[in-house]
Design a protein around this ligand. Sequence first.
Ligand code: SF4
Ligand code: SF4
Length: 394
Amino acid sequence: MIYSDFLGMKLSRLGFGCMRFASNPETGEIDQEKVNRMFDLAIQAGVNYFDTAYPYLDGKSEIAMAEALKKYPRESYYIADKFPGHSLPGPVDNIALFNLSLKKCNTDYFDFYLLHNITEWSIKVYEGEEYHIIDDMIQMKNEGKIKYFGFSFHGGPKLLEEVLTKYEGVFEFVQIQCNYLDWTLQDAKQKYDIITKHGLGVWVMEPCRGGKLANLSDENKAILRQFSDNSDASYAFRFLQGLDNIKVILSGMNEVEQVEDNLKTFAEYNPLSDEEQKTLFEIAEGMKSSVPCTACRYCCKGCPMELDIPYLIECYNDYKYAPSMMSSMRIDGLDDDKKPAACIQCGQCTHACPQGIKVPEILAELADLYEKGPRWTKTHKDRGDAIRKDLEGK
Ligand code: SF4
Ligand code: SF4
């Protein structure tokens, strides 16, 4: 296993993400035996980092992770968990919710604790005075129940810069979605640079983009086979191995074979060659077919509605690649008069755009995608109800 140094700790570069455990198809319950087997294999090969979150697998992930770890000494592994601020039904007893997670994880402290999923929408909750989440979590840190404090992030680079500047000294690490496709599609490069500039460690989630980069098209597979017969996923991981400030790469493993393949990839440091990297970026370009906005902002000045056009195009590109709740959450965070539907189709921006991008058409389509696509609001309500219930029965 390859390791990274982080504030004197030796963290396995491969972290075990606990959000995709397999369930028994008959009972719907997590297949605990399989989870135990996967953990044993990973631990024997040197994995020492396990990442869960309050809402993963409807609240069952924390418990299954604790069950699989209970036979190992507590000081032999690191646990990361997350505060579900983005899922709260309204202000709640944050400390009680935190303690509930400790209990489910069968521990009295978290090595790593993150504010879950900061976006342009959820930042309003995390910073809301009536929620006092950050103050409460700092208190948990002062009491030794959190060793290292960070946040997972799904917003844009502008917000990331603002948060890191405003809370200088509060956080020690940031978890972002980073892989060779999102390097440009979701500005992962820019985010990696911002976090590094602020002197914090980068943690990676979705290294294979929800499995998409672990199972490429036959055509793209054939391109990679010219280098080796190794799995598609191994290329995605090796791309990340080459980035020095990435401390932990989380993989949501749910099959024993997947654990074995990942362990093989992380057995030694083997970043991509220049030629392999160039090939991966070409594959990514072919997969994206996104609108080529360079974020020059020439169009923004004359927009009568003062829309953040490059930001909206970023959201559009994300929707076109794979619509998800995360895409909708980024638009949810905007005031109504800044959402894509606020565009009055005047066409000023198209004249200003050196790339000839037909912005009004794109924004009309985005408004439609946002209206009809997966929406965070429904999941938010379900999760909020579950948190209320949990706290009532704590
Ligand atoms: S077409 Fe829409 S985005 Fe473009 S300048 Fe007019 S209002 Fe703004
Ligand atoms: S002018 Fe064109 S390239 Fe520049 S930010 Fe606007 S849409 Fe993007």
